[in-house]
Design a protein. Structure first.
Length: 285
């Protein structure tokens, strides 16, 4: 099988988007779960944004000159994030996914990132096995949570839109929780108008970029994250990713009417610190 890899470009968005939608839809429906993306057009729009972003590295797989898959590396922050990786369902189980993954892992080594992370569908045993063989370690069981906005206020905590003046304080919270900051992702979210911060005792104790499938959040305490979740006007995409081991926050979400959509797993290679606080990861890590 003559598979070649090349850098992705803007013209790849429609074809890669169609593959992305079909691949996720096929595997999800095989296991009785809803697809992550609502349509090929939505997938193409997502990938078009990644292909156009200067801090995302894109690689495309071609078979006999036809695009059959793609993978992305989020290079905005200290620790890189992989995904989405997708392969045309018609040629899966032919090592194309392994080649796409190895390619971006080589990029991680070349760029000297201290660590790299991804989130995979926990029901997809083939991808779990592939990533484990490539050196990834399962770090956190996750639950995608979805439901109507809560409109809940946590006493003593106030939530407001984030501004660039908040960057340093937010980064300090992220360093406290994870051991490194995610400045690039947060700055993008602030510019897009989706980021929020939570204040307690006269200072910032957490932020979200937003509370969504493609957003992350960190807080010094569960109460900080409860305030961010409670203030969110919606949970865009399939929902937000919640570490299932955080039993207090998990039960709070369930008690407020949110439901579990599906299980996922946070995996990493290299730098990983056990979180010293509360957090919600992004599907792109």
């Amino acid at each position: 099988m003559n598979v070649t890899l090349r850098p992705g470009n803007a013209e790849d968005a429609p074809r890669c988007g169609a593959i992305c939608y079909d691949a996720f839809k096929t595997i999800a429906e095989q296991h009785g779960f809803p697809p992550d993306l609502p349509s090929p057009e939505a997938a193409a729009a997502l990938l078009a944004g990644l292909l156009a972003h200067p801090c995302f590295y894109a690689v495309v797989a071609e078979l006999d000159g036809r695009v059959v898959g793609s993978n992305f590396l989020d290079e905005r922050s200290t620790v890189a994030g992989i995904g989405p990786i997708t392969v045309d369902p018609a040629i899966q189980n032919r090592a194309v996914g392994r080649q796409l993954m190895q390619h971006v892992l080589d990029r991680v080594t070349q760029q000297r990132y201290p660590g790299v992370r991804l989130v995979q569908a926990a029901y997809h045993s083939r991808s779990l096995s592939l990533y484990a063989r490539l050196g990834f370690v399962a770090r956190e069981p996750l639950s995608i949570m979805q439901g109507a906005p809560l409109a809940v206020q946590v006493p003593g905590y106030s939530v407001r839109p984030a501004t660039e003046r908040d960057l340093d304080a937010c980064n300090q919270v992220c360093v406290q929780v994870h051991g490194h900051d995610r400045r690039g992702e947060l700055l993008d979210a602030i510019k897009q108008g989706t980021a929020t911060v939570v204040e307690h005792g006269g200072r910032i104790t957490g932020y979200a970029t937003p509370v969504a499938f493609f957003g992350h959040a960190v807080g010094e305490t569960n109460d900080a994250l409860k305030a961010l979740i409670g203030a969110a006007s919606a949970f865009p995409g399939p929902g937000f990713l919640l570490p299932t081991r955080n039993g207090e926050l998990f039960r709070w979400c369930l008690d407020h009417g949110l439901r579990v959509v599906q299980p996922m797993t946070l995996m990493s290679v290299g730098l990983y610190n056990e979180p010293a606080g509360a957090f919600l990861p992004s599907i792109l890590y």
